[in-house]
Write a protein that binds this ligand. Structure first.
Ligand code: PLP
Length: 455
């Protein structure tokens, strides 16, 4: 029997040496980011005080379909990649489905998720540019962990503004970041003007991602040889994550796998955007009919219930305006939500593709997502991250539809990370205290009312 192995890995000689730049193949581009003060399209100079130059160049690149992965960065990728594409034989059996299911598992590195792919790239370019330190924020902690690993490798100082409640609730993430030499400051803090102001107004606050972003940007602007980095949403982040899609495409070609459906969880959209990049490029060129499904939490439904509008990237309303599906920068996701995926907006590239009908989206409540996570863990062995489990849930539903219709389809989904750091959420699912929250239309209206008037 010519059965494919469980774990399909690529040999080093087959590893991708280039990223796939989706914007070079889109029929229509997403509208440009706007300067928050002038509402005119941002120029590279506007971004230079905050971001690394090379990353700004990549952010604005709409012409090169492939962008070379620099040799010294490839050396890092060799250490953590390829990630395995795994045939879910056991899940197929449990579901009794004729569908073939595969997943691309990004959780094998110590930081536990795909975020290291872009962290390494961003830190590499910072080093090349002669910068000596970087700042960023982290909510759940995955991004801070990935940045700490990359900074340790390239020898760059890192300051992470970690949302105060997360720093208190996730001591193990904090421990990993500090082990790799990252400096953690619970946000809001008294180290920045914006932090001091927030503390004065709200002494007991547990912080928020939006506030941590504002603190990290302030420090980057005021420090010598320092810039700020972001782990999702932006076009250059999707570009770096296309390594996931390129590896998947190469493996599919090599092993004769022809996907009918590709699924990914979508928070800011980077792992899903990266996974589908080369496939959707072919779809735009009329070379395949793959269905692409982005999956989000019902508690933070930017694609399925948001508006396609210009909005700020942060709660402090300081960033450039991005045209994206958004719940409004003033939308506050429910605190009971277990995983990440709680960002109010969605990558402008993915938003445009969704708007133009190339991708679909769906949303699930977290108890359904954890039910899927547990059945997956029990048969496939891997304990999935809560974020990734949204994709598992959608893949299971599609496989069940195949069983009911007697159709043999090939499904690939992105398993963006491991669940080792999310055991508190699993504990609450296991002891039955996990609750679901779906915002009402009125809740959403409150968020929409924070949208800037642009159009
Ligand atoms: C951060 C994170 C996500 C969500 O971010 P995207 O930019 O949408 O990919 C998904 N899964 C895991 C494991 C994460 O850490």
């Amino acid at each position: 029997m010519n059965k494919l192995p469980y774990r399909i890995t690529l040999e080093e000689k087959d590893l991708p040496r280039k990223w796939y730049n989706l914007k070079a193949v889109m029929k229509e581009l997403p509208p440009p980011p706007l300067h928050p003060a002038t509402l005119k399209p941002c120029k590279p100079e506007d971004l230079k005080p905050v971001f690394c130059e090379k990353l700004i160049e990549q952010e604005m690149n709409t012409t090169d379909k492939y962008i070379e992965i620099p040799e010294k960065l490839f050396e890092f990728y060799r250490m953590i990649r390829p990630s395995p594409l795994i045939r879910a034989y056991n899940l197929e059996k449990v579901l009794d489905t004729p569908a073939e299911i595969y997943y691309k598992f990004e959780g094998t590195n110590t930081s536990g998720s795909h975020k290291l792919n872009t962290a390494a790239a961003q830190v590499y370019y910072a080093k090349e540019e002669g910068l000596t330190s970087l700042t960023t924020e982290t909510g759940a902690g995955q991004w801070g962990t990935a940045m700490a690993m990359a900074c340790a490798y390239y020898g760059i100082d890192l300051t992470v503004y970690m949302v105060k409640v997360s720093a208190e609730q996730k001591p193990y993430r904090k421990a990993v970041i500090e082990t790799y030499g990252g400096k953690i400051i619970p946000s809001p803090s008294d180290t920045t003007e914006v932090g001091r102001k927030i503390l004065e107004e709200n002494p007991g606050t547990g912080g928020s991602l939006g506030c941590a972003i504002s603190e990290a940007i302030e420090v980057a602007l005021k420090s010598k040889n320092c810039r700020y980095v972001l782990g999702s949403v932006l076009d250059h982040v999707l570009l770096h994550q296309s390594i996931i899609g390129e590896e998947t495409r190469i493996a599919c070609e090599k092993f004769g796998i022809e996907p009918d459906i590709i699924i990914g969880c979508a928070g800011g959209g980077s792992n899903f955007g990266g996974l589908i990049a080369p496939f959707i490029g072919d779809r735009i060129a009329g070379k395949n009919k793959i269905r692409f499904i982005g999956v989000e939490p019902a508690s933070c439904p930017s694609l399925t219930r948001g508006k396609y509008a210009y909005d700020f990237g942060d709660t402090g309303k300081t960033t450039p305006l991005l045209k994206m599906y958004t719940l409004g920068s003033g939308f506050i996701p429910s605190p009971n939500h277990a995983g990440g995926l709680r960002y109010h907006g969605m990558s402008p590239v993915l938003s445009k593709l969704y708007h133009d009908g190339y991708i679909e989206a769906c949303a699930y409540e977290q108890s359904k997502v954890f039910e899927a996570a547990v059945s997956f863990a029990r048969c496939e062995g891997i304990l999935p991250a809560p974020e990734s489990s949204h994709a598992i849930k959608a893949a299971i539903d599609e496989a069940v539809k195949c069983r009911e219709a007697g159709e043999k389809k090939t499904i690939i989904f992105g398993l963006s990370g491991t669940g080792y750091f999310d055991l508190t959420a699993y504990m609450s699912y296991n002891d039955g205290t996990m609750t679901d929250y779906i915002p009402s239309d009125e809740d959403l209206e409150k968020g929409f009312s924070s949208l800037p008037k642009v159009d």
